[in-house]
Ligand binder design. Structure first.
Ligand code: MRU
Length: 344
């Protein structure tokens, strides 16, 4: 059963505080847009599709108490809330996709009755949750067909239920493969610096009874060299027109290793993660995060307290290292033609 990562309850947004997992399972209650902005920034809610949904609900929070007297004034408030939420994290395009969708909903409401527009916004955000559930199932069905009984699979970061409204992108594929009776073994990169693999992915896989083995990020090469990885499945934060894509830092290294060792490398992502306004990966804004995330591990210092740090949260993998993109509408293979939905 997937966890309910984010929900709307009694006029508040409730989200699983992912910084506390796996040791504590606790919902964070967001009553205002600022708390929600902070939750995105601090990765209490994280993963591209979940950030999109959080952003949409954040807009609802941002305008729910607005006393705007007319449509024009209210739409300006919606835009202001969306702009504020957009400043939380720059890389996952799902956030910008969801915020733009919310702005469109408000703009398309022709009524001057602000309460009607408020209701339409909430309806749209809740619709995104329902849509994401179906999208996860559809990606999983396409992806599970690529998994063979006995496969040993490597994954990076967390692309599971915690990153979506249902059971995930890359992990959804693995859950579906298991449901189809395939026996698989999954190696999980711990994913330094914030350990989404160690803390979240292992937790999700073990809850579902999937054979999971945690490794440090620097152990993946040795496993591949020994022929112990059959396939790699990862998620994405932004895929651009030529097929370059951004995902959690360390993904690019895995893709290079996969090519050298001839291991198929699959990216599982919904269409809302595709940014066809950008031509190539070098145009993707990559978030850089605070130095203490690297100087410390889960709050414990591991380095001199003033050592210089480089901490990009994502890297960009070139399209030619990807075997295929699994989406809810089908599987894209080279040469990629996302715009015309050409599946090969
Ligand atoms: O910094 P995070 O934890 O939000 O990064 C998440 C990832 O990189 C995921 O792999 C990606 O969002 C896909 S999740 C379905």
């Amino acid at each position: 059963m997937p966890v309910e990562t984010i929900k709307w309850e009694d006029g508040r947004v409730k989200l699983i505080d992912q910084t506390l997992l796996p040791h504590r399972f606790k919902y964070l209650v967001c009553r205002d847009v600022k708390t929600l902005w902070n939750a995105i920034k601090k990765l209490q809610v994280r993963g591209a599709p979940a950030i999109g949904i959080a952003g949409a609900l954040g807009v609802v929070l941002g305008v729910k108490d607005s006393k705007a007297k007319n449509r024009g004034e209210f739409i300006r408030k919606v835009r202001k809330a969306a702009k504020y939420l957009a400043s939380s994290r720059p890389t996952a395009v799902n956030l910008f996709w969801a915020l733009a969708r919310m702005e469109r909903v408000a703009e398309n409401c022709q009524t001057e009755d602000v309460n009607v527009i408020k209701k339409a916004l909430l309806r749209e955000a809740l619709l995104m949750i329902e849509e994401d559930k179906k999208i996860c199932r559809s990606m999983a069905k396409f992806g599970a067909a690529l998994v063979k009984n006995g496969d040993r699979i490597l994954t990076h970061c967390n692309a599971g239920g915690l990153a979506t409204a249902d059971y995930g992108t890359a992990l959804g594929v693995l859950f579906e493969a298991k449901a189809k009776g395939k026996k698989i073994r999954v190696y999980v990169d711990e994913t330094r610096p914030l350990l989404q693999g160690a803390r979240l992915t292992t937790w999700e896989l073990m809850r579902e009874g999937i054979d999971a083995t945690l490794i440090c990020d620097n152990m993946a090469a040795s496993l591949m060299e020994k022929g112990r990885i059959d396939k790699i499945f990862v998620g994405a934060d932004r895929v651009v027109s030529n097929g370059d894509f951004a995902n959690k830092i360390g993904t690019y290294g895995l893709a290079v290793l996969a090519r050298y060792h001839k291991v198929p490398f699959y990216v599982v992502a919904p269409i809302s993660t595709f940014d066809l306004f950008l031509a190539r990966g070098s145009q993707i804004p990559v978030e850089e995060r605070g130095a203490n995330e690297v100087r410390k591990v889960l709050g414990t210092p591991i380095a001199p307290k003033d050592v210089k740090v480089y901490n990009p949260a994502f890297d960009v993998t070139p399209a030619n290292l990807v075997t295929a993109f699994v989406t809810e509408v089908g599987i894209f293979r080279k040469p990629y033609d996302f715009k015309n939905k050409k599946f090969r």
